[in-house]
Design a protein around this ligand. Structure first.
Ligand code: IMP
Ligand code: MG
Length: 184
């Protein structure tokens, strides 16, 4: 078997930087929710956000819960025509809870926008979003992201949870794939 490293053009976010990002975001979240008495529920969006969510949560000293969702969004071109399909749903009621959606990357923003309104409609007290990576150049909807790890240029990245054809999620860093991998 070949090494995944051979498929990477360059490392965009190395392990040390990922650690710094998690430290900073965990500190911000701890500060923002430290005085709250509500249930704090992290909703990790499968599968790409799993590695980030576990590194983030272990740095937060507040009591909180870990939930998972698997969704896909279909944006049929224009505005509100898209919808969200829920493949795996929460195992608890989130009425009055403070929810933080944990995302790997925000691209068009469609998935997150729809997920956020779905969770708000379920009666959450607040729904915020924490993303590891943000590609603002690709944004197609106007939305606010509350916690951003790092803004990146419009390049397709893999590793630390992010995949290409379900592979490369286990790379310990975020890297850009060599074009030869797509062209195969
Ligand atoms: P969107 O913001 O609704 O367009 O969808 C974002 C989703 O697209 C992410 O959760 C990823 O699953 C996927 N995605 C977007 N950009 C990348 C990338 O550079 N690498 C891997 N997956 C990506
Ligand atoms: Mg994803």
């Amino acid at each position: 078997m070949h090494s995944m490293k051979d498929d990477i053009k360059y490392v965009m976010v190395d392990e040390a930087k990922l650690g710094e990002i998690c430290d900073r975001l965990a500190e911000e979240i701890t500060k923002d929710y430290g005085d709250s008495n509500r249930d704090l529920v992290f909703v990790t969006v499968l599968k790409g956000s799993v590695l980030f969510a576990t590194d983030l949560m272990r740095r937060i000293p507040l009591p909180c819960e870990m939930e998972f969702m698997k969704v896909s969004s279909y944006g049929a071109g224009t505005e509100t025509s898209g919808f969200i399909q829920v493949h795996l749903d929460l195992k608890r009621d989130i009425t009055d809870a403070d929810v933080i959606v944990v995302e790997d990357i925000i691209d068009s923003g469609r998935t997150l926008q729809k997920l956020q309104s779905l969770l708000e409609n379920r009666g959450a007290h607040s729904v915020k979003c924490c993303t590891l990576l943000d590609k603002p150049d690709r944004r197609q909807v106007n939305m606010q992201v509350d916690y951003v790890g790092m803004v990146i240029p419009d390049e397709f990245v893999v590793g630390y949870g992010l995949d290409y054809d379900e592979k490369y999620r286990n790379l310990p860093y975020v890297g850009v794939l060599k074009p030869s991998v797509y062209e195969k």
